[in-house]
Design a protein around this ligand. Structure first.
Ligand code: MEV
Length: 292
């Protein structure tokens, strides 16, 4: 059986969301596809190679199989992964592969899981691998659409934006861990910055149907992310160059590298996509699905 799940983009509020503040997040129209068939041993195949259960090379898929097998006995299974979502780039590729694997396993082994079950398992896998996380990535990948977090209130969002990869890897556990360390040293300062990000996210959520102030809110959110140490020289340089093209941009997801998202007029987005090797991505309504 084959299943797929979408990636996601934080428009506002990453990191602060780990500390209970608001965020605006949407699924995107890039998906991860996972094929699952019963077999005599466990084989996981991806662009990284073929392995058995391997918590180093294929941590998310391996933990997904482990968690699923606590519900349904697995003797052997072949898992094949194809993804449109750039890896370690802030676009939720880890959550998408986890969610799609769980849904494909469910379909193949007829375990009768619903989306809530898939999300709960994917949430456990996120914690198995990363040790930390707000659960937003697996939630959005499972259910699709755009959401106000932490309330998990659906938001109607019809939007296109530019995504450009810095080429630097973004490792969520490291970035979230770094913020936690720095917050320990200056808790009051960090709490105030999270509060400021919270206000930015709330303002963005209020204005979702008329996004005139989004460029300014992007700039402010980016400055606050830089303040908590999750930007990078490459991210800042890229944002500056995009600004010259009339595009407001910020990092998305854990940062430290990964992708920058940008908004602006359609022709400017197209121009910049060509110039910087980026792509135009759309907010996506559909979450995980079993492919026919
Ligand atoms: C990662 O996509 C977003 C973070 O806020 C971590 C999380 O919410 O789990 C950095």
């Amino acid at each position: 059986m084959r299943a797929s799940a979408p990636g996601k983009a934080f428009l506002f509020g990453e990191h602060a969301v780990v500390y209970g503040r608001h965020a605006l997040v949407t699924a995107i129209n890039l998906r991860c596809y996972v094929d699952v068939s019963k077999g005599s041993s466990i084989r996981i195949t991806s662009p990284l190679g073929t392995t058995s259960l391997d918590f180093e090379v294929h941590p998310y898929v391996s933990f997904a199989i482990k968690r699923f097998s606590e519900i349904e006995k697995i003797n052997g299974v072949n898992v094949k992964i194809e993804s449109e979502i750039p890896v370690a780039s802030g676009l939720g590729s880890s959550a998408a592969v986890t969610v799609a694997t769980l849904a494909a396993l469910d379909a193949e082994f007829e375990a009768g899981l619903d989306k809530e079950d898939v999300f709960e398992l994917a949430r456990k896998v996120e914690l198995d691998v990363q040790g930390v996380g707000s659960g937003t990535d697996p939630f959005v990948s499972t259910f699709g659409g755009a959401w106000q977090i932490p309330e998990r209130k659906p938001i109607s969002l019809d939007m296109e934006f530019l995504v450009v990869d810095t080429g630097e890897k973004s490792i969520t556990s490291e970035m979230v861990g770094g913020v936690a360390e720095r917050r320990k040293v200056m808790p009051e300062v960090y709490e105030k910055i999270f509060d400021a990000i919270d206000v930015v996210s709330i303002e963005a959520i209020k204005n979702v149907s008329n996004q005139e102030n989004y460029p300014e809110l992007f700039r402010i959110n980016q400055a606050l992310l830089k303040a908590i140490g999750v930007s990078s020289r490459k991210i800042e340089e890229l944002i500056e160059k995009l600004d010259e093209f009339g595009i407001a941009a910020k990092l998305t997801g854990a940062g430290g590298g990964g992708c920058v998202i940008g908004i602006g007029q359609e022709d400017k987005l197209m121009n910049a996509a060509q110039k910087f090797g980026g792509m135009i991505v759309r907010a996506e309504k559909e979450g995980v699905r079993v492919e026919q």
